[in-house]
Design a protein around this ligand. Structure first.
Ligand code: SF4
Ligand code: FES
Length: 369
């Protein structure tokens, strides 16, 4: 792809910290988490936000870890708003209260997305690895709606909560969500370590799809429901990130700029830092963004496939996680020579799920049933 053909990015995912009070076993953060000491300073984040707006980014998604673990979040939101960026907060909600939500609303925050682990408190708290998390999330959701902020509820589903998807959808509506995202776990990063405990069966998936279809019919015109099906049962891959280096960029807590949030799992990259390079130059000219941009890098069968500019060869991180080769066709594709690997993974996950492997920054991984 020629440099001249590169469009500006649509959105920037600002992972302002890896710190988080939850321990979700499907966390998309890298296996090696960074502590607070190496995080970008407030002044550095303000420069990133200014640069993002200048190169054409329209939306900023404050994420983590848990982004509200940073006390300067309102300052970052206020600055992003002043540069014309649409601001979205992706949060577990457990560190928020009335005062903090009011401050964020006053700073101009446009939207909040809050994640739930279940509709049922005991299992939700178990999955999150935090006692009282579910109750707190419901309280904070109500505070967010009372503050007049639009709310998206994010439901990450897997074999250990999927049976309650109808209740989770009802709960989201009762909380006042205008949008619900039902997202099956993606198996890279920490989620890969827990794949056998998380991968649903085909029967579970079919029941979940029926529940989503029924809710969509019932809630048409009132609530939007996004549904991401699990790649392990797919025959066509998703256009991950809308294509590598085409729509999105991620800035990590320490300032590395990535084409997707999981790209640090890929070997052979030297990801550039906002501490060393202008953001626009990274987007346009860095090897990290150009390596899998466009179609020139593609192997067969992608390079001669009529879908190559629809799904862009699928997900690089999934291709690496399953085949050891980030430049392979995503095995989620039925035309991939590695497609059979997904059937193997599904068979391996049959039977009783094993215990979750939890982790904490600086702490040892621990298993729990
Ligand atoms: Fe997409 Fe490649 Fe599969 Fe074609 S062969 S559908 S481009 S992943
Ligand atoms: Fe990295 Fe799909 S998650 S390319």
């Amino acid at each position: 792809m020629q440099i001249e053909a590169i469009e500006p990015p649509l959105a920037l995912l600002a992972e302002v910290t890896h710190r988080c009070p939850l321990q979700c076993p499907y966390c998309s953060n890298p296996v090696q988490l960074r502590g607070a000491s190496g995080e970008l300073t407030t002044a550095e984040w303000l420069r990133v936000l200014t640069a993002a707006a200048a190169i054409g980014v329209l939306q900023i998604h404050f994420s983590g870890g848990e982004p509200t673990a940073r006390v300067d979040l309102p300052e970052l939101v206020r600055h992003a708003v002043s540069t014309g960026l649409y601001t979205n907060l992706i949060t577990s909600g457990v560190l928020l209260d009335q005062r903090r939500v009011d401050i964020l609303a006053e700073a101009g925050l446009d939207h909040v997305q809050i994640s739930f682990q279940d509709a049922e408190d005991v299992n939700g708290d178990r999955i999150a690895g935090m006692s009282g998390a579910q109750k707190k999330k419901r309280e904070v959701s109500a505070i967010i709606r009372r503050a007049g902020l639009p709310l998206t509820v994010n439901l990450v589903v897997h074999r250990q909560n999927l049976e309650r998807l109808p209740e989770m959808l009802d709960m989201s509506v009762a909380l006042g969500a205008s949008r619900i995202e039902v997202a099956h776990v993606q198996y890279y990063g920490w989620a890969l370590a827990n794949r056998d405990a998380l991968l649903p069966s085909r029967a579970q998936l079919d029941r979940a799809t029926e529940a989503v279809d029924a809710a969509r019919a019932r809630l048409a015109g009132a609530v939007v429901i996004d549904y991401v099906v699990p790649d392990y049962y797919a025959h066509l891959p998703k256009a991950c990130m809308g294509g590598w280096g085409r729509r999105f960029l991620t800035v990590t807590p320490t300032g590395l700029v990535l084409p997707c949030h999981a790209a640090e799992s890929l070997p052979g990259f030297d990801f550039p830092s906002v501490r060393d390079w202008p953001l626009g130059e990274i987007w346009r000219s860095s090897d990290a963004f150009n390596r899998f941009r466009g179609t020139a890098w593609m192997p067969e069968p992608c390079v001669t496939c009529d879908r190559r500019e629809i799904d862009w060869g699928g997900c690089r991180c999934q291709a690496f996680a399953l085949t050891g080769n980030a430049a392979a066709t995503d095995p989620a594709c039925g035309r991939s020579p590695d497609h059979g690997l997904l059937d193997v993974a599904v068979r391996e996950a049959e039977g009783e799920p094993g215990p979750f492997v939890y982790r904490r920054i600086g702490g040892k991984a621990e298993a729990a049933g």
